[in-house]
Design a protein around this ligand. Structure first.
Ligand SMILES: [Zn+2]
Length: 352
């Protein structure tokens, strides 16, 4: 795994890697490595139109948003059997454990899954991935199926799928992702209502390519408890105040924002501004394999932008608090975080 550690002191690099971390916004398909998709395509006889792994890897590399969508669409064609999900889920556990991410909430693109698989078969395969992964890698991951906005008509089936998985203890909530433009939150009220009445937690991507209006919609019409991205809330001071007053968390993914041009390269990321305003923010990698990042690299990025390890540690405690984990998990993970802090000096800016 590539960690961009240019110009960072060794003690900060080590601490960013070693610190037990919480991640609340990461997509299982977007976290799957190029090599894994390549192997699955070979196994399933899916033609990626490339001659070699090297050629596939150079295609897979992030170039721009349009290309990213092409990579995403092509990659997931390799997922042809329920067992492929068992495999990518187990791989995902390994990657999170390697980065000392001890608790995660991960999205799974359910609009595509329900088109391809029988519900019971795919839920069995997901369950197997969760069992194998958690047993082997000892980290906790909760999954959240999300509706792809461009597939509006899939929403009730996804809600049904999410509820079935929730009742089996595999999922904790429902989300929406995909293109914001042309697909406002208001289109998805029915699915969210159904999920809520069945006890699922609610979260929505909003305020990324669209502005504050999209976030208001996610809150007011969907009842989203957390917002994926939401960085454009800064365009509306009333919304910022509302997020602060109602403790609505933003799942911030810095590299993703730069990659998709939401924040200009060379500009400071507005996460500092959001935190200063009192908004709860968490740090995330979004689609790490496809954006050539990782959660550790997101920490490097923030350390370079003036954050210190103590602050990052506190953000982890906060992330756990706003997570959808049950009380028992929260207590266990809090212990792990506090034990780490007790036994170490967390580097402050003066140590840099
Ligand atoms: Zn996302």
């Amino acid at each position: 795994m590539l960690f961009d550690r240019n110009n960072l002191p060794a003690n900060l690099i080590q601490q960013a890697i070693n610190m037990p971390k919480i991640e609340l916004h990461v997509h299982i398909e977007g976290a799957t490595q190029a090599e894994t998709f390549y192997e699955l395509a070979k196994k399933n006889k899916v033609d990626f139109g490339v001659e070699s792994l090297e050629e596939w890897k150079s295609f897979f590399e992030f170039k721009d948003f349009g290309h990213f969508l092409q990579v995403y669409t092509k990659s997931i064609t390799a997922l042809k059997t329920p067992e492929d999900y068992t495999h990518i889920i187990t791989e995902f556990y390994r990657q999170q454990a390697e980065q000392n991410i001890i608790y995660s909430e991960a999205y799974i693109s359910a609009s595509f899954i329900i088109q391809k698989f029988d519900t019971k078969e795919i839920l069995d395969a997901i369950e197997k991935g969760i069992q194998q992964g958690s047993e082997k890698y000892k980290v906790k991951i909760n999954f959240i199926p999300d509706i792809s906005r461009e597939l509006v008509d899939s929403q009730m089936a996804v809600a049904g799928f999410a509820i079935e998985g929730f009742n089996r203890g595999l999922f904790i909530g429902l989300g929406i992702g995909g293109p914001e433009q042309g697909f406002p939150p208001e289109l998805f009220t029915e699915a969210f209502k159904k999920a809520k009445s069945n006890g699922l937690r609610l979260v929505a991507h909003a305020g990324e390519t669209e502005g504050a209006k999209s976030i208001w919609g996610a809150i007011n019409t969907l009842g989203a408890e957390r917002i994926g991205h939401g960085v454009r809330s800064l365009e509306d001071p009333k919304l910022i105040q509302y997020l602060v007053d109602n403790k609505i968390t933003l799942e911030v993914s810095p590299t993703s924002n730069y990659a998709l041009g939401i924040i200009k390269n060379g500009d400071m990321h507005p996460i500092r501004q959001l935190l200063d305003a009192g908004v709860i923010c968490t740090i995330n990698s979004d689609d790490p394999a496809m954006f050539s990042t990782s959660l550790v690299q997101e920490y490097f990025l923030l350390l370079k932008q003036g954050f210190d390890c103590k602050e990052l540690y506190k953000m982890n405690l906060q992330a756990l608090k706003v997570s959808f984990a049950c009380n028992e998990t929260k207590a266990k993970i809090t212990d792990q975080l506090e034990n780490y802090e007790k036994n170490r000096i967390l580097f402050e800016p003066k140590d840099k």
